[in-house]
Write a protein that binds this ligand. Structure first.
Ligand code: C2O
Ligand code: CU
Length: 464
């Protein structure tokens, strides 16, 4: 396939090798706030370069990923979204703890083709500093629009002390996947691919195919990895290295954790410290991950071989690595008593979807934006048990209010931080504690396999 052409072995059992021809990882343009304000215009339009080719793909301001937005806690973020993609779209600031109402992070807004919309959101003064992202959220076409390239990073900058990490480089790795035909057109999925959750043939990092990230031995780099794929679960492994995880979903962990493998569901982010000690070239790969149901896809094995994402290239004289702090500035998880319990069921079945395919439901119903599915009192701290009765994993995502994962059927250990996407294993469950601490308003929760969300696996929550 495409991957092999660039000099990497892929396929079951193969060990991906770093290519000698990869280009240095490039970063999208950075738009940073000044004096408490970031005021930007994002034009969604076709015609971006992906994997070094001209394509019909979509981007923001001419690139995919779009510009990286950098804000600080307390800032006002204003975005004028201009829609030139010829179909309705909108914008979601994934993971931000901001108001879901009015012209804030409101998923019910529709921006028609040719129109624009002015979003405005205040980042709370105490907002965690970390790695977030933005993408469209127009129900029914979210997967199509992200698969075509509409994604971007949103970083809340470290303020005071946090930046003491001994890093000599801070790199963004926004991972997406897509499928292009010979003419550079983004492929449409089959109904079966949508049912399973489409996975593109081309896995890109910042829109590049298998770029190289250079570092000197003895240095420490911070890699902010965003899983922006529509459906693909990433199981990250860096050849000959352990990955030191310092943040999950934009929030610092209480202490760094060394891992051989870091699993990211679609929508998840992780911040890693990468510490090369020797010269060489090492592949960053995504190991096979069976999220269930992939065997239903025509002609595809249920798990594909490891996929090469990028390479770490190190050269130069080795220096003594700086030591990584033993503790990190993790925000405290609120310990207030639980005031209510709910149980939600994620299921798939033959629900009516208007598209003649499989329906994906929450509590037996497909998405209806006009229905209040869950009503919650402002200030409540709720325990939600999300049960997955289907044969596939579904990543649960709630807007606006991050949650604490208490337990899960896979022996899921509590991370000790608030996060915003958690993988609910096939035939399994997770238990969450959600502080609905502020921001009254209505928003959504859904499966972050965005084909499933588009097929109905989304519901509303009204907090008042
Ligand atoms: Cu990243 Cu509602 O999604
Ligand atoms: Cu799903």
């Amino acid at each position: 396939g495409t991957a092999g052409a660039a000099g990497w072995a892929t396929g079951p059992g193969a060990r991906p090798r770093p290519t000698a021809r990869g280009q240095e990882l490039a970063e999208p343009q950075v738009l940073a706030s000044r004096d408490g304000l970031l005021d930007v215009r994002l034009v969604a339009a076709p015609g971006v370069r992906l994997a070094g080719r001209d394509t019909t793909g979509w981007g923001y301001n001419g690139t995919s990923p779009g510009p990286t937005l950098r804000v600080r806690p307390g800032d006002l973020l204003r975005v004028r979204l201009v829609n030139r993609i010829g179909q309705p779209t909108n914008l979601h600031t994934h993971g931000l703890h901001v108001s879901p109402s009015g012209n804030g992070d409101n998923p019910f807004i529709t921006v028609e083709p040719g129109d624009s919309y002015d979003y405005a959101m205040r980042i709370p003064a105490g907002h965690p500093a970390g790695t977030f992202w933005y993408h469209p959220h127009h129900h029914g076409t979210v997967a199509d629009q992200i698969f075509a390239g509409l994604v971007g990073a949103l970083l809340v900058e470290d303020v005071g002390g946090v930046a003491d990490l001994p890093v000599s480089g801070d790199r963004l790795l926004l991972v997406t996947d897509t499928t292009l035909d010979a003419a550079g057109r983004v492929a449409s999925p089959t109904m079966m691919a949508r049912t399973v959750g489409r996975e593109g043939e081309l896995v890109l990092v910042n829109g590049q195919h298998q770029p190289v990230i250079t570092a000197t031995p003895g240095s420490v780099q911070r890699w902010r990895v965003i899983n922006g794929c529509v459906s693909r679960v990433l199981a990250l492994r860096l050849e000959a290295h352990r990955l030191t995880q310092v943040a999950q979903d934009g929030v610092f962990l209480p202490a760094p954790v060394d891992r051989d493998l870091v699993v990211l569901a679609p929508g998840n982010r992780t911040d890693l410290l990468v510490r090369p000690t020797r010269s060489g070239r090492y592949a960053l790969v995504s190991d096979p991950y069976d999220r269930g149901g992939l065997g239903m896809m025509n002609g595809r094995p249920s798990t594909s071989g490891p996929i090469a994402l990028a390479a770490l290239g190190t050269a130069g004289p080795a220096t003594t690595p700086p030591s990584v702090p033993a503790t990190l500035p993790a925000p405290a998880v609120p310990q207030s008593p639980v005031t209510g319990q709910r149980r939600l069921t994620f299921a798939m079945g033959m629900a009516r979807t208007g598209m003649g395919g499989m329906g994906f439901t929450i509590d037996g119903r497909t998405y209806d934006p006009d229905r209040d599915d869950q009503s919650v009192a402002l200030g409540a701290v709720e325990e939600w048990t999300v049960v997955n009765t289907s044969p596939m994993d579904h990543p649960f995502h709630l807007h606006a209010w991050p949650f604490h994962v208490l337990a899960g059927s896979a022996g899921t250990p509590p991370t000790g931080v608030l996060q915003d996407v958690v993988l609910v294993p096939a035939q399994g469950w997770v238990r969450l504690r959600i502080p609905f601490s502020d921001f009254p308003g209505r928003t959504v929760f859904h499966c972050h396999i965005l084909d499933h969300e588009d097929l109905g696996m989304m519901a509303t929550v009204n907090v008042r």
